[in-house]
Design a protein around this ligand. Structure first.
Ligand code: GLC
Length: 751
């Protein structure tokens, strides 16, 4: 048997080596045939610039790009949508150019393609890696069925600032959870075999530090020290790299005052050398040219030089590589080896996708018709939407609603909305295709349901490039809402942000309920205090007044195609909410940035009375709702928390065990969390860091013993010595259903 396995292993290794050799031979041969102009062309990416199935392009801009396309000076297109369009562009590249190198087609498939899943920040609140992988797998199946081979996802930027509109696109504030989600999403998009027709290349973005844009203002300077870079910002990128992600996208911001696009240490030293990344880096939209306004490049030629020297392989939409690289090589400013390396990386990914074998493999209309918004995909959208919902507060247990003999007033501009819940990066979603809360609650016919919009959230329809024109003065529908509230047993109010109020370019300084919604809520509250507030938003909002006065609050994010049904199922108890926050909710915007894994400072404050300690005079330091928080319709107890040893060596392990029990009356799912504090370090260490979690489903009265394994690897951090290591000393271990759990056990790491 043993000999058989050895033979099997040898043949597998030799097979894969031969595959690699064949690939290398093919690519070496192709590169040897390419002119410098064609090499620079491979590094050039254009947005869809004309309808390739229609009339010939016209005007200078389109004609220049069309001629470059026919001349083999375009390597990739983005935002070309649909089998016909993609096929038309691919035909030009494959049949009209000298070498017939196929294009790679990219698009932002961020939370679904046509079946829309919850925005990533919502989905991260499931803490369910299998589910997160499944939605990425499904999105890849839909996108590839429609001709695409590459998505600009997962966005893995850690952020602690709810003013930044792009928090909706990420996985919250924690690097441990963010790393697991990055890995799950890459594996979902890319599958086990990139040449499989249902998989697409993924893209870890935005490398790096974009989530730390100062004051939450999009595209702003990012300012953080290199320990934050290594301990907080880079881990999810490293996880994506280790999961085999094929591309990275760099970022608009600076790191240590150097634009990411021109940052050699970041791109060549850390990513390509230390992490041995073998894919390619695409710039973010125009970020090569933006090094000029950054004050880092003199002109386009200088920007192209800085970008290629720093390791940016493909130029999204600044046309500087296609216009400047040939001159830079001919003038001796850059060596051809840098160009060849970038081209090789790009051709490698095209080869792995199977595009050389069959450039039209993704262009199959029958697959597209069968796959897009299939029943299976839409059912998955409902499951993940329900699990993304976080019950923030349920004081007088207004939830779950009775299904009979209740009069319910449903109020709010988002209650009947079928668009906002599709979120900002809604790819090919059909407008107004999401189910609304109103539609879904109408199906629960045992109750009397009265609906009033109450107020318009905005004056006119929004589109991607316009700011939402909020309504600040039309109260004409308030009274109709007050009338239905008066006669209701319970008022369900669905309020929050319009779908395009968060996302790229949507930073806000005021993160309260937008427009006149809070005013309406307060007036309804004066009439009927039995209010269930459902919040649709792409970010944590300032819900302080709501937390003070409203008995029940549900954070329902933007949940995608099946949003309304998911919310209704939770409100009526057909699904017991299990989501846990992955981003802290501030008491007000003045607290931002706020996060659970903060440092203690030299003057830690525990109350606002302490004048000369690190705190505010007007609010306490803690978050309104902390990372890890999320309630259920049942309750869980944590008892018998034990460490089997109180000393850990660099080679041993400690088992933390505890009993978790469902002490309520309905079945529920609890995400039990483990946090560890490194009490003393060579640099100041966070008060606690997430180091493990378990999703536990329990029937009423049922209990389970849960074990977490602790080893030295789990304690490693990027230390004062500029390397990842665990340092000897005291540690505290916390276990509970939220990051603010207080009980802890202690152990020591010894030699
Ligand atoms: C945008 C975004 C990036 C996106 C790209 C293509 O500016 O920053 O996340 O993938 O351009 O749409």
């Amino acid at each position: 048997m043993k000999n058989y396995l050895i033979v099997l292993l040898i043949s597998y290794v030799s097979f894969s080596l031969s595959q690699n050799t064949e690939k290398e031979k093919f690519i070496d041969d192709l590169i040897s045939k390419m002119t410098l102009v064609e090499k620079a062309g491979q590094m050039n990416q254009y947005n869809g610039f004309f309808d390739a199935t229609g009339e010939m392009p016209e005007g200078d801009y389109q004609t220049k790009r069309y001629n470059e396309l026919k001349n083999g000076q375009v390597g990739s297109m983005l935002n070309v949508i649909g089998v016909d369009e993609i096929k038309a562009f691919q035909r030009i590249a494959v049949e009209d150019t000298r070498l017939g190198i196929p294009l790679i087609f990219g698009h932002d498939v961020i939370h679904g393609y046509k079946t829309i899943f919850p925005i990533p920040l919502a989905e991260s609140c499931t803490w369910d890696m299998d589910l997160i992988k499944k939605t990425a797998r499904t999105a890849a199946r839909e996108a590839s069925a429609d001709g695409l081979n590459w998505t600009f996802a997962p966005m893995v930027d850690i952020s602690r600032d709810a003013r930044w509109g792009r928090v909706m696109e990420g996985a919250g504030e924690d690097p441990f959870l963010g790393s697991l989600i990055a890995k799950a999403r890459v594996q979902g998009f890319q599958g086990d075999n990139l040449s499989d027709i249902s998989t697409i290349a993924a893209c870890a973005k935005h490398y790096a530090g974009y989530g730390f844009s100062e004051a939450g203002r999009d595209y702003n300077t990012a300012d953080f020290n290199h320990y934050t870079l290594h301990n907080t910002i880079l881990p999810p990128f490293k996880a994506a790299n280790d999961a085999g992600v094929k591309t990275f996208m760099n970022a608009f911001n600076t790191i240590d005052e150097i634009p990411a696009t021109g940052h050699k240490i970041l791109q060549r030293d850390i990513l390509k050398k230390d992490w041995a990344f073998d894919g390619f880096i695409v710039s973010d939209w125009g970020s090569i040219e933006q090094m000029i306004p950054h004050g880092f490049a003199r002109d386009g030629n200088h920007a192209a030089e800085l970008a290629i020297l720093a390791g940016s392989d493909m130029d999204m939409e600044s046309s500087l590589y296609v216009n400047e690289l040939v001159k830079l090589v001919e003038n001796g400013k850059i060596g051809i080896s840098l160009i060849d390396d970038a081209v090789r990386r790009i051709l490698n990914v095209k080869y792995d996708l199977g595009l050389f074998e069959n450039p039209y493999k993704y262009c199959d209309k029958k697959r597209s018709e069968k796959e897009l918004m299939s029943e299976k995909n839409m059912n998955l959208a409902l499951e993940v939407a329900m699990k993304s919902i976080v019950l923030l507060k349920n004081e007088s247990e207004l939830l779950p609603l009775n299904k009979n003999n209740q009069t319910i007033a449903l109020i709010g501009p988002l209650a009947s909305d079928k668009n906002s819940s599709l979120g900002n990066w809604r790819s090919q979603a059909i407008s107004n295709s999401a189910t609304s809360v109103l539609e879904a609650m109408t199906n629960y016919s045992g109750n009397k349901l009265f609906y009033e919009k109450g107020v318009d959230l905005y004056y006119n329809n929004t589109d991607f490039h316009n700011r939402v024109n909020l309504n600040f003065d039309d109260r004409s529908e308030f009274n109709k809402a007050k009338t239905v509230a008066e006669k209701a047993d319970i008022v369900v109010m669905v309020l929050g942000e319009e779908g395009y109020q968060s996302g790229e370019g949507r930073s806000r300084t005021n993160i309260k309920l937008p427009g006149l919604q809070l005013e309406l809520l307060k007036e309804i509250y004066e009439i009927n205090k039995n209010i269930v507030l459902v919040v649709n938003s792409g970010r944590p909002l300032d819900l302080s007044w709501e937390d003070e006065n409203i008995p029940t609050i549900v954070q329902a994010w933007q949940l995608g195609s099946r949003s309304g049904e998911a919310i209704a199922k939770v409100l009526y108890g057909d699904y017991n909410p299990s989501g846990k926050l992955t981003m802290s909710f501030p008491r007000n915007v003045g607290q931002v940035p706020i996060y659970y894994n903060f440092k203690n400072t030299g003057r830690p404050s525990t109350s606002i009375e302490q004048v000369t300690n690190s705190g505010y005079a007007d609010v306490e330091n803690s978050a309104l709702y902390p990372f890890g928080h999320g309630l259920s319709y049942t309750k869980f107890s944590y008892t018998d928390v034990l460490l089997d040893k109180t000393e850990l060596t660099l080679k041993s392990k400690i088992t933390l065990s505890f009993k978790i029990k469902n002490i309520g009356t309905v079945k529920g799912t609890e995400i039990a969390q483990m946090y560890i504090r490194d009490v003393v370090g060579s640099i100041a260490r966070p008060m606690r860091e997430l180091k493990g979690f378990k999703v536990v489903e329990l029937n009423p009265g049922e209990s389970k013993v849960v074990n977490f394994e602790i080893n030295a690897k789990l304690l490693e951090f990027y230390s004062y010595n500029n390397k990842w290591e665990a340092e000897l000393g005291d540690f505290q271990v916390f276990v509970g259903g939220s990051s603010d759990t207080s009980d802890f056990q202690e152990f020591e790491l010894v030699n």
